[in-house]
Design a protein around this ligand. Structure first.
Ligand SMILES: Cc1ncc(COP(=O)(O)O)c(C=O)c1O
Length: 378
């Protein structure tokens, strides 16, 4: 277990043991269901631990040239790449780093298919389709929302796929259960089943939160096996969150406590908007170690970010004791969709990136400074 007294502030700290536990569970699904599970870099791109990830999973999926290159260089495999649209000057380099390239539209495939045919290694082309079914309620995270730009709609396809397409890809889940997947699969089969006999693989996207407590792993394995056996296709899953789910924290320190007509705010050395943007975008309320939602009779504080954005705060939490300047505040489960989304808005200090190793030692992998801020601007 992490010894928080040793963690610098501010810092993201990943616990290696917990990452390995998640990966072991996911590898178990991969083996038992006979599918390929790859890491979605968009959710977790901490490349220092790619060698660990590579020991358990079959590879990774990229959303851009830079992610594809990172996979190639740091995991030593070619990426499964998908982007809503490819930038013409980047495409040949993307090909170099990719084993699979999925196109968001028939037009995108048409534009690049001749280049693919001339690649120096075999690249398997795929098409993203939109099954028009999702239980994700927030439109920001719902790729199947009305009018979505993500994937060809069923009506846009005729009776056969364009020559050369070897796989279909869909992604409509977010922190979902296997029962939601089951319903999406029914929609996928209904709308696109007529193409399955032409394919080599089907990619079920991400959003499979199999490492969350209570996820029905047996049901998932059954679903995947049944699909694979029925259609004889390679099945690929590309979760992001599930890999780094509950594997570490963001450690911060109270810098000041303000009081505005009885509303006390503990200002910390991290920022919700710059370091945990999903807490404001999704939004969701992060868990803080040792704190609860505000309760009568207990000291309560808003938690304020260190940027000057007025809304950079979380509504009150209660603590057993009055907070003091210098206290450590630990935001739980802050490894996925955090490091990949941070900014240096306001010039705020970027938290260090640390690993709490299995032998209970701390590795400070990266510290950030002025040059990181300056280097993104001109
Ligand atoms: C195409 C695609 N694949 C995979 C993922 C990873 O999803 P998650 O991190 O929810 O598992 C996403 C997330 O947005 C995605 O858009």
């Amino acid at each position: 277990m992490i010894d928080y007294s040793k963690i610098p502030s501010p810092a993201f700290v990943l616990e290696e043991k917990l990452l390995r536990q998640n990966l072991e569970l996911i590898r178990g699904v991969q083996e038992r269901a006979g599918v390929s599970i790859i890491l979605a870099l968009k959710g977790f791109a901490m490349w220092k631990v790619f060698p660990i990830v590579g020991n358990y999973l079959k590879g990774a999926t990229a959303s851009s040239l830079h992610e594809a290159r990172l996979i190639f260089e740091e995991m030593g495999v070619r990426a499964h790449t998908y982007s809503p649209a490819y930038l013409p000057p980047e495409f040949e380099e993307i090909m170099r780093y990719s084993s699979h390239i999925t196109f968001n539209s028939l037009a995108q495939y048409g534009r690049y298919k001749d280049l693919l045919a001339g690649a120096s290694h075999k690249i398997s082309p795929g098409l993203r389709v939109n099954p028009e079914y999702s239980e994700v309620e927030v439109d920001l995270y719902n790729p199947a929302a009305k009018g979505s730009r993500l994937g060809e709609a069923p009506d846009n396809l005729g009776d056969t796929l364009p020559e050369g397409i070897e796989g279909l890809h869909f992604h409509t889940l977010c922190e979902s259960s296997s029962y939601e997947l089951e319903k999406v699969l029914a929609a996928f089969e209904k709308h696109f089943g007529r193409f399955f006999s032409q394919l080599k693989w089907a990619n079920f996207g991400g959003g499979h939160l199999m490492t969350r407590k209570g996820y029905d792993i047996e049901h998932l394995v059954g679903l995947l096996k049944a699909f694979r056996e029925k259609y004889g296709l390679e099945v690929i899953l590309e979760p992001g969150s599930a890999i780094a789910w509950e594997t570490g924290d963001l450690v911060s320190t109270v810098l000041d406590i303000t009081d505005n007509r009885g509303v006390k705010t503990a200002i910390v050395d991290v920022s919700f908007t710059a370091h945990m943007p999903d807490t404001l975008e999704m939004p969701y309320r992060p868990r803080i170690l040792g704190a609860t939602d505000a309760q009568p009779g207990k000291p309560a504080y808003r938690i304020g970010g260190v940027s000057c954005l007025a809304g950079d705060y979380m509504d009150s939490y209660s603590f057993d004791e009055e907070l003091q300047i210098g206290n450590q505040l630990i935001f739980r489960d802050m490894i996925h969709y955090t490091m990949v989304k941070t900014t240096t808005f306001n010039g705020v200090k970027h938290p260090s990136i640390c690993i709490w190793r299995e032998d209970d030692t701390l590795e400070v992998v990266r510290e950030f400074g002025y040059e990181d801020f300056k280097g993104r601007l001109s």
